[in-house]
Design a protein around this ligand. Structure first.
Ligand SMILES: [Zn+2]
Length: 391
């Protein structure tokens, strides 16, 4: 097959937008460090001023225990006080980085009311899930002190499979409207791509991103019978059909490579390892320091959250590295399936311009925080493919 170089006016990186993109990324990064710093300081205050013990004692009236050593009401109240306290203290930062900044940089199309509504829905959803998990953890800490981490990891694995399946039909519609992509040129192109890959696509949907943002995106979502390719409506009207086709091919690549499963499984191994280390640290703290009443003492919540947070931070570069590899492979798939190198490059460039994505972040920043290869690397990948096309 010949390499297509006949696309009209491929997009070019906008120098002015790139300057803004770097600025935007820097401010957001600093704000997330501040957020993290507040969490760290908060945990240290709890751990080193005996506030962790004091709060447990203050919540003593709630110490009903349905099974020996598990205090569900005390755990619930303790956890809510910590989490809601943190949300309250960091609310100005959430408002500034989530609402003020995206408006200042022309990325958000949301009203304050809409933004607050989303914030509230997201918070309630996260709280419900987190409370279920923390109650499970403490019920198991009380009843299975040696193997709790294994059970928790298994339940979380099951849970993430169910959530991955339900998210596109149950969770995301709470935030965005979805529509089936109308039959036409694009659906035909996609079906042709899918046929060549000998795979079946269960559906292509457009997501009304324009109700919230000027940025564009596309994704593979769902598992099993909810598996689908989702295109932001912010992409449909501004990209050439060939550009959208390579984006669809990239998403199809995730589909063909079973990437959602790969991410769930790899994440589960990290979770298992993390919980095991947390288990060791918790046993050490309880059994040698004689500070807590036991493993399932509600006063261990700040320590538990600190350990989980620290582990999450340490493995972030690992999961991001794995994600970048998967994205690289999906790009390779898109290039091989379409041979539309110029359209690929043009689509990437348009995305960087539109989404204010820093095309060339510092290598250390990309290594630590980015789950996609930088636009510059993706463009280079396309050039390498053009120089040595592979089948
Ligand atoms: Zn991707």
């Amino acid at each position: 097959m010949e390499i297509d170089t006949t696309q009209p006016q491929p997009a070019e990186l906008d120098a002015d937008r790139q300057k803004k993109a770097k600025e935007y990324a820097r401010v957001r990064r600093r704000l997330s460090f501040v957020n993290m710093g507040i969490g760290v300081v908060g945990v240290f205050i709890f751990l080193f001023t005996n506030l962790d013990i004091w709060l447990r004692n203050a919540l003593q009236p709630l110490s009903w225990q349905p099974i020996a050593g598990w205090f569900p009401w005390q755990i619930l109240a303790y956890f809510l006080i910590l989490i809601l306290g943190y949300q309250l203290i960091t609310a100005p930062i959430a408002y500034y980085s989530g609402f003020v900044l995206p408006h200042r940089y022309g990325l958000s199309t949301m009203t304050l009311k809409g933004w607050l509504g989303d914030l509230f829905k997201g918070l309630v959803l996260a709280l419900v899930l987190e409370v279920l998990v923390i109650e499970l953890v403490y019920a198991l800490l009380a009843s299975q002190p040696q193997t709790w981490w294994l059970w928790v990891a298994l339940v979380l694995l099951f849970f993430s499979v169910v959530m991955a399946n339900l998210a596109p039909v149950l969770i995301l519609p709470l935030f965005y409207k979805f529509k089936a992509l109308p039959e036409g040129d694009l659906t035909k192109r996609l079906l042709a791509l899918a046929e060549r890959a000998r795979t079946r696509v269960r559906g292509v949907f457009t997501m009304q991103m324009s109700s919230k943002t000027t940025a564009a995106n596309a994704a593979l979502m769902g598992l099993g019978n909810t598996r689908r390719i989702v295109l932001g409506d912010t992409m449909l009207d501004r990209y050439t059909p060939d550009e959208i086709e390579v984006v669809l091919a990239h998403e199809l690549g995730h589909h063909v490579h079973h990437d959602i499963w790969k991410l769930i499984i790899s994440q589960s191994f990290l979770t298992l390892g993390g919980l095991y280390l947390v288990n060791l640290a918790l046993h050490w703290a309880v059994e040698t320091q004689h500070y807590y009443l036991g493993l399932a003492d509600p006063a261990t919540i700040p320590l538990l959250l600190a350990l989980i947070g620290a582990f999450g931070l340490i493995v972030l570069p690992i999961s991001n590295g794995y994600s970048r590899l998967i994205e690289y492979q999906a790009d390779e798939y898109a290039l091989q399936a379409t041979y539309k190198v110029e359209s690929f490059k043009s689509a990437m460039t348009r995305l960087a311009n539109q989404n204010l994505a820093d095309a060339e972040p510092a290598p250390i920043i990309e290594f630590l925080f980015h789950d996609h290869p930088s636009i510059r690397k993706r463009l280079k990948h396309a050039d390498e493919f053009a120089a040595h096309p592979r089948d």
